[in-house]
Ligand binder design. Sequence first.
Ligand code: DUC
Ligand code: ZN
Ligand code: ZN
Ligand code: ZN
Length: 483
Amino acid sequence: MTTVIKNGTIVTADLTYKADVLIEGGQIIEIGPDLKGDESLDATGCYVMPGGIDPHTHLEMPFMGTYSADDFESGTRAALAGGTTMVVDFVLPSPGEGLMDALKKWDNKSTRAHCDYSFHMAITWWDKQVFDEMKTVTEHGINTFKHFMAYKGALMVNDDELYSSFKRCAELGAIPLVHAENGDVVAELSAKLLAEGNNGPEGHAYSRPPQVEGEATNRAIMIADMAGVPLYVVHTSCEESHEAIRRAKMNGKRVWGEPLIQHLTLDESEYFDKDWDHAARRVMSPPFRNKQHQDSLWAGLQSGTLSCVATDHCAFSTEQKRYGVGDFTKIPNGTGGLEDRMPMLWTYGVGTGRLTPNEFVAVTSTNIAKILNLYPKKGAVLVGADADLVVWDPKASKTISAKTQQSAIDYNVFEGKEVTGLPRYTLSRGVVAWADGEIKTKEGHGQFVARDPGMPVTRALSTWKELTAPRPVQRSGIPASGV
Ligand code: DUC
Ligand code: ZN
Ligand code: ZN
Ligand code: ZN
């Protein structure tokens, strides 16, 4: 059985051209004019683009005394409804739990996925078992390891653990990821705010100023440089963190920054002078920032100093958010966004002239596929690539509403936003997964995508020399000869 997408304009990260796309066995088998297939999808007036890849989701994740409300079934349904055809979720071992034991849990949960998925592994504690298991994890197709520099007393790892794990990543050809916030300072500020009676959701934002993110981002970059490994900084939300990434890139370091669609389009006013539920529903880490920080993130996407746009989809119901009434530190951190990332970025990026359609494809799909070693299986419109595609109607509009969303929660942080630019069809490995406003796939259609470790990374010259050159031994107390 062949399927042809007819009369569309193909948009990739670097090309825009008119052609049909022929699909068989889940893959693209031909691209060209006037193609014929057993089944035909009309893309008149539409762009045919690589399906979105969300590099950062937390589906059914045990966190802050509960589980995030979207599981692999509802989460991937939301993804496809918004033109995203692959998610990369975080396996989160509890401190003390084996990495492979945790991976088994994620293997079980993910059997319900509607679209393809892959995993990052979180390093939440450190000893020889973790060191050894990191190799086994890479042999199971996971080449990225996430480190929390915040959540003190729970998930946070210290600098010695960070340095050890980063060195291990370097040996394995894996990439470390960081949630960069100074967890010690956040804990201090939180305690102070609570002691002063500042216990509402806005206290969450006060406890995590941009400086805690900038400091941790810079620290992680320097530790990665000393370990000789590239670094991926998740949810870059502010100028302080972006500035550290920009500087590192200018110095030849391989560092990538990932803003979230929430930080690009929602600001800190969501926490102030709003009712408790409204603000608490938007509690996530890092918190929303002011307009200047948003401008910095957009500038980073335009100039290429920031590489991709994610969601950190970690949805909690209003009822779950209310665990934190009287103490903002108990509000489960996280917001949804899987269904809205592509339409919101198209509307506020392409629709405003901030991004070209090609840049849109780069930051929602192709750059991610390249960094995570998925390219060109994913993130490409090429013969031989998986037919994970979105037929994108740039004129279609809707108003975002919890009433019509796929996500399991009872609200949407983008409620009321008008978006223009929506999927007409979303295809997952050649199968129409979203059409006519409905999900067409059955749960379990999604498959795990293994990612090999990358090539050992060549170090930036400035630091390579410094760390490998023989060091002269200084004998303190002995005067230099000739004095
Ligand atoms: N931040 C969130 O808001 N939720 C999940 C984890 C995280 O780092
Ligand atoms: Zn095995
Ligand atoms: Zn995080
Ligand atoms: Zn996250």
